[in-house]
Design a protein around this ligand. Structure first.
Ligand code: DAH
Length: 434
């Protein structure tokens, strides 16, 4: 029943946004309405109308979109490689789960500590203190495990406040994978081991295992995880892809790893993964299983796979972009060809902060730029900051690089947008332009 409610159909057209964004400045209303549901505005509210407008766009489900091609390729890999004893795919796929989740789903169920930075207002889009736009697809692990699933993939849009450049966008897409084993499933590769090796023990936590797991069980799960993901990466990038495993930390897995791949002579992080913390399974009502999970950013993968130079292109509706991915075979090795390159227009903005420097978050300014200027902004970088002791004021200078993806911008067009950014900053961040 729970699953049915989260899977409910969801359309953008029904989204009515009466309010949001900086309550004090933009509206007197104290409710946000999204898709027929209202959310009480409180001191945590920081989601913007611009960000809300991305809900339901589901690029990963759009025909011929590179993210959709990648979704199909990853799904096929799991369908073909993992079958149950009747020959049917072992993994089930969830690709349309509702993006508004509770703090419990996004953090608590995953054992994210109360004071962890990822919970900060400056990192997430909160509707209020209870609800936020999911920051990762791991937010759905608990409910799917609780519903009885052992093997599943989740494709979803995720929302994070971040810097602005060619590889960061506040909305991106992830695939999450989970695989759980009962003892006999884990040791089914080697039937002799079945009777003699335990999964659980009351032991100690070490670098390679949790206190509740036996060393043997932890190693078999780690092996299953690493071999599955290495095979996936080779399936996508070819048998010669050069990869390496790096130790990592995630609150909900132990041990945890990242997989890196050599790309243009440099190691690039492709994914995070690990052996699920037993406590996350207990929270989902499962006590007798052990398993692994992974999370992959789809844009990063697609940019490497298809030579896509700028993350904004994924949002392009230009046929010059989309038609290049209109292929009859999803495994076609598409290499994106830029139609042309248009010149960048950098413009600086300098202002005095209204109060102390630590009350000002760069991400507040980045969101404002996104809201006012949209996708003509390619990058925003902090280029200077200082304290003026006589005036007792803090200063910030950001360089905003404007660049349209489909045409050359005139200086006049840029000036107009830049002025709007200045005005909005004065109005809603209470800064003083210098
Ligand atoms: N949720 C993590 C993120 O967004 C990625 C991740 C790491 C997912 C490890 C996992 C995992 O399932 O086991 O950064």
């Amino acid at each position: 029943m729970f699953i049915a409610s989260v899977l409910g159909k969801f359309t953008t057209s029904r989204i009515i946004v009466y309010h949001c964004f900086f309550k004090r400045k933009y509206s007197n209303s104290n409710q946000i309405f999204i898709n027929g549901k209202s959310y009480e505005v409180d001191s945590w509210t920081n989601v913007t109308p611009k960000i809300i407008s991305y809900i339901g766009k589901n690029l990963h489900l759009q025909k011929s979109h590179p993210l959709s091609l990648l979704r199909e390729r990853i799904t096929n890999f799991f369908y073909f490689h993992y079958k149950n004893n009747r020959g049917n795919p072992l993994f089930s796929v969830y690709d349309n789960l509702y993006p508004i989740v509770t703090v419990e789903q996004n953090f608590d169920n995953l054992l994210v500590p109360e004071d962890h930075v990822s919970r900060n207002k400056s990192d997430c889009y909160y509707l209020n203190s209870k609800y936020l736009l999911r920051g990762h697809s791991s937010a759905h692990e608990n409910e799917l495990i609780q519903s009885g699933l052992d093997n599943f993939l989740i494709f979803s849009d995720v929302y994070r406040r971040d810097q602005i450049d060619s590889s960061h966008y506040p909305v991106f897409h992830q695939v999450e994978g989970v695989r759980l084993f009962l003892r006999h499933e884990l040791f089914s590769l080697n039937p002799d081991a079945e009777g003699s090796i335990d999964v659980f023990e009351k032991g100690v936590r070490t670098e390679t295992k949790q206190e509740v797991h036996t060393y043997d069980a932890a190693r078999v799960v780690e092996y299953s995880l690493k071999s599955s993901l290495t095979a996936l990466v080779r399936h996508l990038f070819g048998q010669n892809a050069e990869v390496r495993w790096v130790d990592a930390y995630f609150p909900f897995t132990h041990p945890s790893f990242e997989l890196e791949m050599k790309f243009n002579g440099e190691w690039m992080e492709l994914l995070g993964c690990g052996v699920l913390e037993h406590q996350t399974l207990v929270k989902a009502g499962v006590e007798d299983k052990i398993g692994w999970a992974f999370g992959i950013g789809l844009e990063r993968l697609a940019m490497i796979l298809y030579n896509i130079p700028d993350i904004r292109l994924f949002w392009s509706t230009d046929p010059g972009f989309l038609n290049q991915f209109n292929v009859s075979d999803i495994n076609t090795n598409v290499k994106y060809k830029p139609i042309s390159i248009y010149p960048p227009c950098p413009n600086d903005i300098s202002f005095w902060l209204p109060g102390n420097a630590d009350e000002f978050s760069d991400n507040d300014f980045y969101d404002l730029v996104r809201t006012v200027a949209g996708d003509v902004v390619e990058q925003v970088n902090l280029v200077d900051k200082f304290y003026h002791p006589k005036k007792k004021l803090y200063s910030r200078t950001y360089r905003i690089v404007y660049r349209h993806m489909e045409k050359t911008l005139t200086q006049e067009e840029v000036n107009k947008v830049h002025r709007l950014v200045e005005e909005a900053a004065e109005r809603s961040l209470e800064v003083k332009i210098r």
